[in-house]
Write a protein that binds this ligand. Sequence first.
Ligand code: UD1
Ligand code: MG
Length: 489
Amino acid sequence: MSQHVPRTVIVLAAGQGKRMKSDLPKVLHPLLGRTLVGHVLAAAAALDADRTAVVVGHGAEQVTGHLRDIAPAAIPVRQVEQNGTGHAVRIALESLPPLAGTVVVLNGDVPLLRPETVAGLVREHEAAGAAATVLTAEVADPTGLGRVIRGAGGAFERIVEDRDATDAQRGVREINAGIYAFDALRLTATLAKLSSDNDQGEEYLTDVLGLLVGADEPVAAHVAHDPQETLGCNDRAELASLRRLLRDRVNTAWMRSGVTLLDPATTWIDVSVTLGRDSVVEANSQLYGDTHLAPGATVGPDVTLVDTTVGAGATVVRAHAVGARIGEQVSVGPYAYLRPGSTLGRKAKIGTFVETKNSELGEGAKVPHLSYVGDATIGEQTNIGAATVFVNYDGVVKNRTVIGRHARTGADNMFVAPVEVGDGAYTAAGSVITQDVPPGALGVARGHQRNIDGWVQRRRAGTPAAEAAARAGATPSVAPEDGGRAAAQ
Ligand code: UD1
Ligand code: MG
């Protein structure tokens, strides 16, 4: 075994990504739970590097801010003018204390790179004592990419950029992936010799490889087993195809680990999500961020979960949830919207056309139909009637409603917060509850009904309603003195 070689990672992320046509720097575009640069840093994490520098330029503030969130130990290095990949590496090295050991350079826009691929490249590079080792791939369409030029015996010679290549060179399908391991000392010495004598007038990192070969230094080129890993991202169509490839990779891994995906092609799972054994994801579902399904949970079809946990045996159908905690054996949907702070206890139920926010439901509590539950605490085994609104907002502040255990609230209630309904209490249908209801009481808060007999036959004579009333035996009674006008209002 070789002894510990100091390792430095340099991620190149200063480019604008012109073809993205975006106000967001290219490397900050999201791809199933991480940004592009986040994926590259995650792959590089396998190297256990002594230091990681990220070259930033376009959108430097935004990129640096993002790095503080996802990789606080990474050192941002500002490249004010983007004079090429070689220039970027040079200024990164100049900003760090003098280095020995291995320098790993990664393009910031190669998000499908696997940790084991970059780790394997670096291991072979160090074992061979190479001056440089570059990852290459055989691709069907090499347009726009640097071509790998090999000599008669197949030995690596140099890389030629697409725009600087001859027609014959353009025919080469082995491309430079933009992932390299270098011996630090020889890299530093060679970067000093780079010229900008090329079509773009830039310092190309790729020229370092040809210069090393010219100086008889050992340079190796490793062909990636899976060329997909080396795909870059230059526009949003490419971003979409990378997303599909990563989706397939993520979905296959979950299926192999015991999760049922009914329609993997319409199932999008962020890399940050975890799924328990025998959980089921039905068609057209998206699981994002800090979302976790416990064993045996079933979600979908048509479910979006963001930062949401789903307990064992729970079922979520046609729903959108953000920041919700769904307990064991809970039933949600179809057509429910769970907003942040929704916590559903074991066996609770949220039914059709129900919205919840910042609310807790106790074990077995139910809100089955057409309701808004905002800033509420609902006790265990309580049933909320259809079409209930928790009136939480008085126009200035949000207030809380507390409903006790084993309560039965009527349909079409308004709970005007702050208000409490005690354990075991009932409320009458159609009530606007503005005062507390004590435990065990029936709260009634609605107008009394009165019927004005014969009104339809008097005031709507000749209509189908009047005829139906007559057939049912109704008789037009004597008109009140005002001709029924008051009653009709
Ligand atoms: C580069 C390689 C090419 C390779 C391809 C793989 C060079 C000269 N060419 O080409 O051989 O096939 O990647 O995707 O290296 N960047 C900086 N500062 C700069 C210029 C670029 O940080 O001054 C960053 C970019 O943000 C990007 C990466 O370096 O993350 C690669 O730059 P890009 O312009 O995309 O290079 P390509 O033309 O794709
Ligand atoms: Mg590129």
